[in-house]
Design a protein around this ligand. Sequence first.
Ligand code: IPT
Length: 974
Amino acid sequence: MRVLASLLLVVVLALGAGGAAARPVDAAPDRVGGRHQVGYDRYSLTVDGERILLWAGEFHYFRLPSPDLWRDVLEKIRAAGFNGVSLYFHWGYHSPKQGVYDFTGVRDVDRLLGMAEELGLYVVARPGPYINAETTGGGLPAWLKQVPGRARSSDPGYTAAYRDWLDHIDPIIARHQVTRGGSVIAYNVENEYGANVDPLYMEQVQRKAREDGIDVPITHNNCCGGNLPNWSSGQGAVQIPGVDDYPQSFDCPDPDTTWGPWGDGITRRLREDAPVYAAEYQAGAIDLFDAGYEKCRQLTGPDYMRVFYKSNVVGSGATMLGYYMAFGGTSWGWLPQPNDVYTSYDYGAAITEGRGLTPKYDEFKRQGYFATSVAPLTKTDPSAAPVPADAAVGTLARSNPDTGTQFVLVRHADRASAADVTTTLDWSTPDGRYRVPVRIAGRDAKILVAGYDLGGQRLVWSTSEVLTHAAIGGRDVAVLHGRDGENGSTVLRYSSAPSVRVLDGRVASSYDAATGDLRLDYRHSGLARVLVSGGGRPPLLLLLGTAEEAARFWRLDTGSGTVLVRGTALARSASVLGGTVRLRADVDRAGEVEVFGPSSARGLVVGDESVRVRRTPSGSLLGEVSGPRPVVLPSLTDWRHRVDVPEAAPGFDDSRWTKADRTTTESPIKPKTPPVLASGDYGFHHGNTWYRGRFTPTGAETAISLNAITGRRGIYLVWVNGRYVGSAAGGVQADSEPVNPDPGRGDFAIPAGLVEPGKPATVSVLVENMGHNDDWTADDTRFKQPRGLFGARLVGSDAPITWRVQGAEGGEDLTDPARGPLNTGGLHGERVGTHLPGYPDRTWQRSRSLTDVPLPPGVSWHRTEFRLDLPKGHDVPIALRFAEDGSPNQRVLVFLNGWNVGQYLGDLAAQQDFALPAGLLREHGVNSLALAVIDTDGADAGPGGGSLVTTGASRGGVPVRDVPAPGYAELHGG
Ligand code: IPT
């Protein structure tokens, strides 16, 4: 918690006398008395009485199956100025079967919380039990669909099930609480629990958390404004009720014109005695309409962030914010909730799926550094705003009642306006009344500060925004910024005329002896530097940059005080030892690096490179770092393949498959025809399921009519007596509006002569399960939708069909717990280990490329190996890229070293790249790639593309160890 401690110090120092009088949280006395006490009042959270502005980014560990990369992402989140992370915990990801839990390997959340703690990131722990999150079942385990009792209610069956989850997850969270020396600062129960609510359940989940030792404040995230219960009062009320806000909607296809269709984004205050909490504030979008995530990134880009985030902070006074998502990641395996998302969960976030930093990251940094450096922001009340001379400009203000510091939001009065307006504010600041020039060009908003004790300085007002400031090397260093080409003015106060030296750029200064005001006027361009000394205050180095220049600064805490770094693509941490600053930084190109550190610092080491530096007139060290080494990726030109559909053959031995003969089901959705064929009722929950039916033909049957429910984009394929008779799209939901009694219907003609009267015939059906519906409505009607066959009958005859079903090897009893319940389904190849490294494919046919291979309908497997030896000490994100013009009749499951990293859909233009995360990817060694292609028409050759690409290499990164998981030999004794 060292970093946290120093962050706190900044807060304490700046708070001065106007400290907090927040009340402690109710908690069992034996739980308090750990390392720190967490409290809150109407203004903010507090730790040991000191106020915190919680600026958190959402991260889903389950969408990055490589624990060492968690550190990479968490370090990037912290480096962007976040002081917290918001973490969902995914029940179904840990539990393949009722009573069975796994918290090891890629599921080791104790390790995750330990990392957050080491990095000084506060955690809002969100263990559900329900999480939504566009993941299968909304985080509820698939086996829960067989448990009697409505999910998300106080029904006994559900209660026993979720208590078992909390029995496992709560102790892990509890031991990482701030109160016990960890960094968990709040605990969120349930998720947008607004429809069909059961207050007793809300109360019981909280009581359970308390019994399990949770003593930090309990929060909730209310959805969609308006009338849904928000748990601010009454039975089931939480201590800090929060609000989820997605002002830009999910309209990714239309990023340029969309502007706040879902409200102006001001978070409502829900309780007078608790801080305003923007629990999920939109920081990206799900790609509901297949526009591709770059468009979602545009939709929620820097313009939106400036206007909506700043309006929210000043408009609502929120001091707890969770930005959804900071990094989205990958819904690998069968993690997606298929009706809303596909494999990639990039989310158009500030940090891409390939862990790259975007212009959104820069904007987060500008706002996050400000929000976590300017302490008076932790306690503000609405106050009179300066009046603009031009009514086209709108202002809002808040001020700190103890320090008087003012925060003024300046933006267009009409929030849709993109005009370029320059005007003057008539501003009564704590230090006097001023006429202050401001400009709002296009979609912009600024938070201007007045009356602020900036370190040892007095900031009277500025039209530049504050990035951050710190005491470094015996003086105050402050970074202020404005948009390129815009004028800026900054007024500081002194008791006598200070000396002003402009070290760089053009800055005019004037001193007014009557007021003591030193006024600086300049145009933002590059980075100007001004040294102010004397005047009765410690020296000040003022760095006045464009927004772009400001974003190049990194603020790092070391044992020897704060260090500011300028110029590397990322700076993760720094230490100062014996006059040398050691920087853990990522470098994506050769260029300048500058360090503002203690005056004793003379040397600089970046990564393992000693950098020759000189001291600048600014007192900093300046040098040149070298760029990354070039990376050449191998091309994949040696494939082996085979067609693999033994289940279709009439003589296939299915005697060990499970009989599908149940007549009842827990699901409120009853099958269209008996018996129950839903795969979940037989313990097969994820991926593909095979069915084999037998009937004795009468001779009159002309077709077989089936229904299957798969989730959006799912399909099923049908064979009769070994002959392929076609495929159909699976249904999403049996009873969606308007009521649909016939979901995923397919009628398959039985060709004349294929079956003979009296002679037993077989029908084989392969049904894909794209993932389970969520439970947003909390009424089981979506969540407990069946998957697999939903109805089956012969057309022309009443001959009964008897069925057997087969899914993943072992069903709920996992044979490969390291990769877990969501990695494989019931394809023959998955069951025998074809997807695993070391599978003996030497006898298969060879091809140079996937497109060389003609494919019959059904399943074929394609395997290759490639060797990597990436430059040491580099981070080289790699993806597997398919062709853009895929066949609508093909889909491909991609297995990297046995891990299912996603599904390529030939007709989904939105995703061709599949992230191959280091850890699963052997960066120094041999990798196995196995593709299961499911083809529905036999007209096309294999999928195009299939090449390795990198999304940008840098020197730096974090050390990544291979994620341990068994190969073919270990699992199949080969
Ligand atoms: C809200 C959920 O809480 C979150 O889990 C996720 O689903 C997110 O939105 C969308 O990505 S749901 C809400 C905006 C209706």
